[in-house]
Design a protein around this ligand. Sequence first.
Ligand code: FAD
Ligand code: FES
Length: 353
Amino acid sequence: MTETFNITVEPLGRQVQCRADQDILDACLREGVWLPHACTHGTCGTCKVQVLEGDVEHNDASTFALMDYERTEGKTLICVATPTSDVTLEADVDVEEGVEFHPIRDYTGTVAAIEDCARGTRRLLIDLDQDMVFNPGQYVQVSIPGKGVHRSWSMANPPGEPNRVELQIRNTPGGLATEGWVFKDLAVGDRLQLVGPYGRFFLREARDKPMVLIGGGTGLAPLKSIVRHVLETGLPHRLYLYQGARTEADLYDVDFFRDLEKQFVEQFTYRPCLSDEEVDGYGHGMVTDVVASDFDTCRGHTAYLCGPPPMVEAAIKTLMKKRLFPRDIYREDFFDASDKATGGVRSPLIKTT
Ligand SMILES: Cc1cc2nc3c(=O)[nH]c(=O)nc-3n(C[C@H](O)[C@H](O)[C@H](O)COP(=O)(O)OP(=O)(O)OC[C@H]3O[C@@H](n4cnc5c(N)ncnc54)[C@H](O)[C@@H]3O)c2cc1C
Ligand code: FES
């Protein structure tokens, strides 16, 4: 039987049991001890803690996110670290008013639909065997059959649809899970194992400032969840959604958002943008350039950014020039295995999400 250790989380004073083959974050999130995390694969550094007592294996923490000197100082990344003894750790737990966190759980689902919604992009609808409670913007980890690994994909459906998960997945050339499975063998009716909900990129309902949402590629997914949640539950937030892609063939859900825009004229503005072609009805240029030309200032707004790490970094620079600062910016970087290997670590400019 696998050995189990006691993990004490300071300054909360909470204790959880963690198996020797279980990452510490997983043990905490299952027990409702919410600790900051973003990528959950040892790449972004958000889950870094100080080990005060005991020993851990760092496993495959990126050497960019957890430097050698930090390992010597007793730091670790709990999304990949496993205990080899009882452990006491100190985490940077930020308390946010009006935010409710939901414990992660294991789910089984059945693929109900697969749609090629844009070039190299698939939408999956997965029916869950039991409801999942989550915040709009969060993600799930899906086990890749026969590979012993999982991949993170954001939920595009709102929490009001708790028994069905919509995923929007971009094909990554050479990608184990995408080219090697989702775009190859995966079929309607297949059974899947999922774990969630993860992440701290989600709507802060209590903050009722106008929101600028910027998504690149499938970075649209969590933003769709947020937009639908706000509009379908009658929340008051004013929404400006920017969707960036290279060409019209790379965009999806355009009609869906245009219909929403007609329905919520006063509350919702939708701006699809194309960087590589000029087409009537679309913003032209990098999505960040279109945002920059639309807003004289972003002061007094909040922003939600999601997509490839370079797009997220560019969006932060644009927003800061427009007088929006880190405390009002939430980000989700779609880090993948190449970022882990090459050090696609977030800018130290901003710590929020
Ligand atoms: C929080 C979060 C949410 C996400 N949500 C979404 C989403 O909603 N939709 C979406 O499309 N994606 C999303 N992603 C990205 C997703 O998790 C996967 O990373 C992506 O789908 C690629 O998976 P893959 O297994 O196909 O590629 P991988 O096999 O992981 O490979 C990715 C790339 O890295 C290269 N690579 C692999 N190993 C190495 C190595 N050792 N050194 C250098 N390069 C290497 C591969 O050739 C490939 O180009 C999200 C990521 C995060 C962190
Ligand atoms: S959440 Fe652990 S390194 Fe990103």
